[in-house]
Design a protein around this ligand. Structure first.
Ligand SMILES: O=C([O-])CC(=O)C(=O)O
Ligand SMILES: [Mg+2]
Length: 223
């Protein structure tokens, strides 16, 4: 079955693999230890949201945080990929937000539970249009920024990642097979913070792309 062009990766239904604590200053601002190995978690493809649709605050959270991140779109499947050929598996990039129910995440951490409720809810993965690989010759050389209601909250260079994109591809592919259309979120720089209903988020990769999203409240769930 043809899934069409990987440039519409969010329609493919593939997995979203997220890396946490990949910038020392962000690990410190949340009082986490620096990782000696990448911290991994997943979002389902139902987390995707594109410009024009709102980011929803989950009904069970009162502290929704923004995390701006560089996303890597996988263009070629592989397992146990060596670092030296890792970039051959990259089709391109996307600007991504790893929306996080921080209050719920803190509860999960305290109880030693997985982060699914905090990280994997609907609209927890806003993404930009696909950015072809040629437009970012070095994924360790881009500047990410995020503004809330025109106030800058996050600005950071991917040069400060603890684990590089080739390292992450190699590491992840030793845990789970990478497939065409998968997206890897590479972690957020410092400056994460809360957003509320009606806020406007603008994010960008300096000189490459920008995107705008609004925040809405999820309708109350009745059972
Ligand atoms: O929730 C966290 O702080 C971990 C994470 O996703 C990141 O560092 O990007
Ligand atoms: Mg993150």
């Amino acid at each position: 079955m043809s899934r069409g062009n990987v440039a519409r990766f969010w329609e493919w239904g593939r997995k979203i693999i997220c890396v946490g604590r990949n910038y020392a200053e962000h690990a410190r601002e949340l009082r986490n230890e620096l990782p000696t190995e990448p911290v991994l978690f997943l979002k389902p493809p139902t987390a995707y949201v594109k410009e024009g649709s709102p980011i929803l605050v989950p009904h069970y959270s009162s502290t929704l945080h923004h995390e701006v991140e560089l996303g890597v779109v996988v263009g070629r499947a592989g397992r146990e990929i060596p670092q030296t050929s890792a970039m051959e598996h990259v089709a391109g990039y996307a600007l991504c937000l790893d929306m996080t129910a921080r209050d719920v995440q803190e509860q999960c951490k305290a109880k030693g539970l997985p982060w699914t409720l905090a990280k994997a809810f609907d609209t927890s993965c806003p993404v930009s249009d696909f950015i072809p690989k040629e437009r970012i010759p070095d994924p360790a050389g881009v500047e990410l920024w995020l503004r809330v209601n025109s106030v800058t909250r996050q600005r950071g260079s991917t040069a400060h990642m603890i684990f590089s994109v080739p390292y992450l591809i190699s590491y992840i592919s030793r845990v789970m097979a990478l497939e065409e259309g998968d997206l890897i979120l590479t972690g957020t720089p410092k400056g994460v913070g809360a957003v509320h209903e009606h806020d406007e988020l603008q994010a960008g990769i300096e000189g490459v792309i920008s995107m705008t999203f609004r925040v809405s409240k999820q309708a109350a769930v009745h059972n």
